[in-house]
Structures are given as structure tokens and as C-alpha cells.
Design a protein around this ligand. Structure first.
Ligand SMILES: [Zn+2]
Length: 291
């Protein structure tokens, strides 16, 4: 499990597994001859996408020890039809357990948006009565308010991506707090809205000791998407994706932010730079790298 220290925080990547995704859909208008050099496709044109959650362990003098989990993967509640497309890797809880982390140990869960592959383990179906319950019973959950509003009446285009069982009961019970954007959730961990993929998607910023990491979610899903114009066809507002990326690079490059990628199966985090020809490049850090 890749981990590193960022100021007072311990950051670790926990995967919910990998899944096949249509390469053309993943890279929007980019020709296959270009994207397949970065991410090879199989005979069905599928590429392998990752499901990286970020665990932030904090020990703050005021708030004590806390485990903050950003994103909860695809979970184990997919319909049969969706399992046909994506499988159901469902490895997040086992990977957390292997590191000695039980669901009860998670204090805070943050969802950047509410697509099924980002909040799937928010809830599980109770074995006894089939009721939907919080996977992380003690956790306070957070998600963008605009996302939840949109998810109640999504467009036909992306309705399949919203599974109300992943969040509705949490909102109703008050276990999930809806965010406007810009809030600090615990000292040093805050959210910032980057529209484009959806209108209200929020990245998660982790700041400590003069350093910053950013879980950028589907604004830049993998290191193969760092070029300004390499967006996904899933993006609802592709021109805004470009503007949001410009805004992000304007801070992340000069301030040397560590960028965390949700869907990169190989490189979960990297520093972004421009090379001599002004091309964006991602410099990965080795899994065992520590500052
Ligand atoms: Zn998404």
C-alpha cells in the first residue's frame, strides 16, 4: 500500500481494485493512436482503470487521532447489468483490513462527487434484512450539496452513474453533511469545487507543514489525462474541465502540490510539471517514498 508523510499527515492509498473501461470513452475526443501509447487497450478496446481511495491519518493536538477516507470506490451493490460491464472488484474493505483498519476506525468519509465508482462503499446491504446501512458506522460523511441535488434528478446522459442507495439514507439520517464547497472539514483538510466532470465535483486539499496534496478526482483521472485537452467523454461540461485544469495547474505546478489520481491503476500520485516544450508531465513518486 503506497504511503507517505505530508507534514503532520500520513497519506496512504487503498484500492477497491481495478475494472475495465472503454478506452475511447475514457479519452473523449483524443484519437486512439495517441491515447493507446499511454494506456494500452485490449482486443475489446478496454483499458484498466483503478479505484484509488486516499486515507489521511491525522494526529492533531485539538482533534486527536483521526482517519479520514476520501472516496469509497465501487462497493459491492452494483446491479447485474453493471457487473457485466465493470465486474465488481470490491476490494477496499479487505485492503483496509490487511493494514489493520476496521470500518469502525474511519472517522470521516469524503466523497468528491456521487458517481457510483466514487461512493460505492459508503453503504452496504445488511445480510439479515437487506436494509442499507453505513459501512463506516462511526464516520461523519461529507459530499457536495449540488451533487446530491443533481443526483435526485440526473440527466438521461449520466443517470446510470447515480445509485441512491450509496447516499440517500445517509443524508436522511443526518450522517452525511452536504457541502457548498470551500469548507475546511478538519484542520488542514478542505474541499474546493472544480466544475467540468460534473457541475459540483469537489477536490480534497490536504495542507500541512507548508506542503499540499490534492485528491483531484475526475478532473484528472489518471496521469495519462494531464494534458489540458485530454478530458473524458463522461465530462458533462468539457470546456469547464479545461478551465478548471488551467486553474488547478496555476497553483499545483508552482506550489509543487502532490496530485492524487483516482483512476490510475499504476501511479496513484505524482508531481506535475511542464517540460521544456510546455508539455505537461507527471513525475510519479515510488510507493515507499517518504519525505
Ligand atoms: Zn465521475
Amino acid at each position: 500500500m503506497p504511503s507517505l508523510t505530508l507534514g503532520n499527515f500520513e497519506l496512504s492509498i487503498f484500492s477497491d481494485g481495478t475494472y475495465p473501461l472503454d478506452g475511447g470513452a475514457f479519452f473523449g475526443v483524443v484519437p486512439k493512436i495517441m491515447w493507446s501509447r499511454k494506456l494500452p487497450a485490449d482486443e475489446k478496446n478496454y483499458v484498466t482503470a483503478g479505484l484509488n481511495s486516499l486515507l489521511i491519518h491525522t494526529e492533531h493536538p485539538r482533534t486527536g487521532k483521526q482517519n479520514v477516507l476520501v472516496e469509497t470506490g465501487m462497493g459491492n451493490k452494483l446491479s447485474e447489468r453493471m457487473v457485466k460491464f465493470y465486474g465488481q472488484p470490491a476490494q477496499l474493505l479487505a485492503n483496509l483490513a490487511a493494514a489493520g483498519i476496521a470500518p469502525e476506525d474511519i472517522d470521516i468519509v469524503i466523497n468528491t462527487h456521487l458517481h457510483f465508482d466514487h461512493c460505492g462503499w459508503n453503504t452496504v446491504r445488511n445480510n439479515k434484512d437487506g436494509k442499507i446501512v453505513a459501512t463506516f458506522p462511526r464516520a461523519k460523511y461529507y459530499a457536495p450539496e449540488g451533487e446530491w441535488q443533481y443526483a435526485r434528478r440526473p440527466s438521461e446522459r449520466d443517470a446510470i452513474s447515480y445509485i441512491p442507495d450509496n447516499y440517500d439514507s445517509l443524508v436522511q439520517s443526518g450522517q452525511m453533511t452536504l457541502l457548498k464547497g470551500g469548507e475546511e472539514i478538519v484542520p488542514g483538510i478542505s474541499v474546493k469545487t472544480f466544475p467540468g466532470h460534473t457541475a459540483h465535483m469537489q477536490a480534497v486539499l490536504v495542507e500541512s507543514g507548508g506542503r499540499t496534496a490534492c485528491y483531484i478526482s475526475d478532473l484528472i483521472p489518471t496521469t495519462a489525462h494531464v494534458d489540458l485537452t485530454w478530458g473524458m467523454s463522461f465530462d458533462l461540461y468539457p470546456l469547464q474541465t479545461i478551465e478548471s485544469k488551467k486553474q488547478y495547474y496555476g497553483k499545483a505546478i508552482p506550489e509543487k502540490w502532490l496530485t492524487v489520481f483516482t483512476h490510475d491503476a499504476k501511479i496513484p500520485w505524482a508531481y506535475l510539471e511542464k517540460d521544456d516544450s510546455e508539455k505537461m508531465v507527471a513525475k510519479g513518486v515510488t510507493p515507499s517514498w517518504r519525505s
